[in-house]
Design a protein around this ligand. Structure first.
Ligand SMILES: [Zn+2]
Length: 434
């Protein structure tokens, strides 16, 4: 469509001959920025030729050639084989050498500590799981163990010829990822996890501390971004309910890191009493603890005494549901109803492209989701297809019966790898030359 603005037709093209970039932006800054642009472009498309890079970024072919050579020299990029079927001068596709770089992801669960060394392609190289005794559930009491596990994983990275580019610590509770701290809900005390780890392991390039539900959301967004998903909500079924919000492709953490704290929204004022002093909070209706008590009251009390009981409880629920135990089926359907009711509130407020559920919800999905979809369909204000809008995480390829923790660990790991990959994209040469 022609430009109808009459002023534009008479306006002379701007004279750029004397143009100088702003003084504070030096040539090296421009180069670092361009390296990151090249990395981002390749990351978005998975593979990209030099010609495609030039077209996508607007940089000259010569400039692209220089940047790509630097990244190839440092081993950040690899050139794939030429396609035999291409006509004319072939151009080798480039991709990020994810298999050469690694992250350590430490998942601090309520009752376990799971330390994984993975390359950025998602291949797990080592994994160490420590079950916490009831005396050592506080994160502050586990810093020494966490640091020692990270040290062992870093040594394994060296043995496997992997370049360790970062550590991500996933924790329950409110985190400040920029400062690397974990804040307690109740006392507002701050625990400087990143500082303590960096002090004891000075060779680690960076330590990021992030809320586990936020990491799950980032993992799901990474999974669905190529389908055009921009706004995504992730819900994690645990003893409580964790939630992460991705808006416009970015994690939404709010002013203080509290965004996504949906556990205590009141859904049923006549419902069970909550630890916050009110009644019928969402967590009291869909948290594993409460669902277990409704479904299997005769074993719930005994199970809750066992450290790391959540996966055992989920296995018990699945076994009883498969045996068509009516009390269990009713309890799961009721939980599904409240899961859908709460989700409808979130959907009405945030209008996401997708809601992905994980944790124990994924494990008991066959008995939970029909009622959840019904309630979501009834509660949503805009016309939606509840089964399309609210889906179960498929990040874990293992069968559901292997336990709720597997789904959530896969999501936390995926989110951790997303964060470390983002750092590599932003500062590829700084991290590659370590
Ligand atoms: Zn509450």
């Amino acid at each position: 469509m022609p430009n109808s603005d009459p002023a534009a037709e008479t306006m002379a093209p701007p004279d750029l001959s004397g143009y100088q970039p702003p003084r504070m932006l030096g040539n090296s800054d421009v180069r670092l920025h361009n390296l990151s642009v090249v990395m981002r472009t390749i990351h978005t498309r998975a593979t990209c030729t030099r010609a495609e890079l030039a077209r996508a970024t607007g940089l000259t072919k010569t400039a692209i050639g220089g940047l790509v050579n630097d990244l190839l020299d440092q081993g950040v990029l690899v050139e794939e084989e030429f396609s035999a079927h291409r006509v004319g001068r072939p151009s080798a596709p480039l991709r990020i050498a994810r298999e050469r770089f690694a992250a350590v992801v430490v998942d601090i669960g309520a009752t376990y500590l799971c330390t994984t060394l993975s390359d950025l392609a998602g291949q797990v190289h080592t994994r160490e799981t420590d079950l916490a005794s009831s005396q050592s559930l506080r994160v502050s009491d586990r810093i020494e163990l966490i640091t020692s596990r990270i040290g062992a994983a870093a040594a394994a990275a060296r043995d496997n010829h992997l370049r360790l580019v970062g550590v991500v610590v996933a924790a329950h509770g409110i985190t400040d990822a920029h400062r690397g701290i974990l804040r307690r809900h109740t006392t507002k005390d701050e625990l400087d996890i990143a500082g303590q780890i960096s002090e004891q392991l000075p060779g680690i390039p960076f330590v990021l501390v992030e809320n586990d539900a936020n990491l799950a959301a980032l993992a799901e967004w990474e999974r669905y971004r190529t389908d055009g998903v921009r706004h995504l909500i992730s819900l994690s079924g645990e003893l409580s309910i964790g939630a992460g919000i991705v808006l416009d492709g970015r994690l939404h953490e709010g002013r203080s890191g509290y965004a996504g704290s949906f556990s205590h929204i009141t859904l049923d004022p006549a419902g069970p009493e909550c630890t916050c002093g009110r009644s019928g909070c969402w967590r009291t209706l869909v948290g594993l603890h409460h669902v277990l008590r409704n479904a299997l009251p005769e074993v719930a009390t005994g199970l809750e005494q066992i450290p790391g009981y959540a996966p055992i409880a989920v296995d018990a629920l699945i076994a009883a549901a498969q045996a068509e135990n009516k009390q269990v089926l009713d309890a799961l359907a009721t939980a599904g109803h409240w899961l859908g009711e709460g989700t409808a509130n979130i959907v009405n407020a945030l209008d996401p492209d997708l809601v992905v559920v994980g944790g124990y919800y994924a494990a008991v999905a066959p008995w939970l989701m029909p009622a959840a979809h019904d309630a979501l369909g009834n509660g949503a204000l805009m016309p939606i297809d509840p089964a399309q809008l609210m889906v179960v995480s498929d990040l874990n390829s293992a069968p559901y019966r292997q336990g709720a923790a597997d789904v959530e660990r896969a999501r936390v790991l995926g989110g951790g790898l997303h964060c470390v990959t983002e750092r590599l994209i932003e500062t590829p040469l700084a991290l590659a030359s370590l």
